[in-house]
Design a binder for this molecule. Structure first.
Ligand SMILES: [Zn+2]
Length: 295
């Protein structure tokens, strides 16, 4: 198969989930063999960062890559869209430290990139083949990722947060499944009880009820409920066990599908398209990017 790029540049703008900083971003066509390259336009015309595992610098709740002091964060949803749609080469111009969270999914990218179709380039795609099966396990969390050599990429992801609401979800993607309609629009999520902890760590400054599914494991005390209604200016918000009432799920297992979206983005940091079957149990940005480095 030949390499592909975009037909033209597509613009996105919005707030970064963790930094709360507003960013303008353009995702543009790039020559064959470029891969995925970021340019921090606010720093200079040579402030490039390649989206490769060796550049991963931070993995708390999202994936950040750096080149010296130049960094760009929360790159995984964009990388996932590029992987799911089979796009090899792009230049991403951005004027802040974090990719906008948009609606918390990769949907806005897919909708834009597919509008005009993709451009096939005059160079063969380099696939990344693994010589033999391998398993990486995080003994502390019990998470693991197993890779098995295969002719085409496929992913099987199981999530288990020990949550009554989520249960155990197993989701799959292979090239016979339409990434755009089945995976791309699945949004990020968090637990209500985490929101205060994340906020105190200085994360999720750009979080809002528009870009995340919120899981309510235990009915919150009236004080917390009132604070939430006030913060988000939603007097009718119900904070019962289950999913917070502000949005309807696209799929009953949307959270599992989002974790699939994430790992497809993170493993792209191995530098290209994998010829492997990926089986992931309780994946997260830490273990995902660790495996991308090992690949
Ligand atoms: Zn995500």
């Amino acid at each position: 198969m030949n390499q592909k790029t975009l037909k033209e540049c597509y613009s996105f703008e919005g707030t970064g989930l963790h930094s709360g900083k507003f960013a303008h971003m353009r995702v543009c066509p790039a020559p064959a063999n470029t891969g995925v390259r970021f340019l921090r336009t606010d720093i200079g015309d040579d402030a490039f960062i390649d989206a490769i595992a060796a550049n991963v610098s931070l993995t708390s709740r999202s994936t950040t890559i750096s080149n010296g002091k130049i960094a760009v964060g929360t790159i995984e949803h964009l990388l996932s869209a590029l992987t799911g749609l089979g796009i090899d080469n792009v230049l991403v111009e951005i004027d802040a430290e974090e990719v906008p969270i948009l609606d918390g999914s990769a949907g806005p990218y897919v909708d834009a990139f597919l509008k005009d179709g993709l451009v096939e380039q005059d160079a063969e795609r380099h696939y990344i083949e693994i010589g033999q099966e391998f398993l990486y396990k995080d003994e502390k969390t019990g998470s693991y990722i197993k890779l098995v050599p295969a002719e085409e990429p496929s992913y099987e992801v199981t999530i288990d947060f020990n949550s009554k609401v989520l249960g155990v979800q197993t989701v799959k993607w292979d090239p016979s499944i339409d990434y755009a309609s089945q995976v791309a629009h699945c949004r990020t999520f968090c637990f209500l009880h985490e929101i205060q902890i994340l906020a105190s760590l200085g994360l999720i400054k750009g979080g809002s009820l528009d870009n995340a599914i919120v899981i309510v494991e235990k009915k919150a005390p009236e004080l917390v409920m009132n604070r939430l209604r006030k913060t988000f200016n939603m007097p009718d918000l119900k904070v019962e066990e289950g999913y917070l009432s502000h949005i309807a799920l696209h799929f009953p297992d949307e959270c599992g599908r989002h974790k699939l979206l994430d790992i497809m983005g993170d493993l792209r940091l191995c530098g290209g398209f994998l010829k492997a079957k990926v089986i992931a149990y309780k994946p997260g940005h830490g273990i995902n990017t660790k495996v991308a480095k090992l690949i």
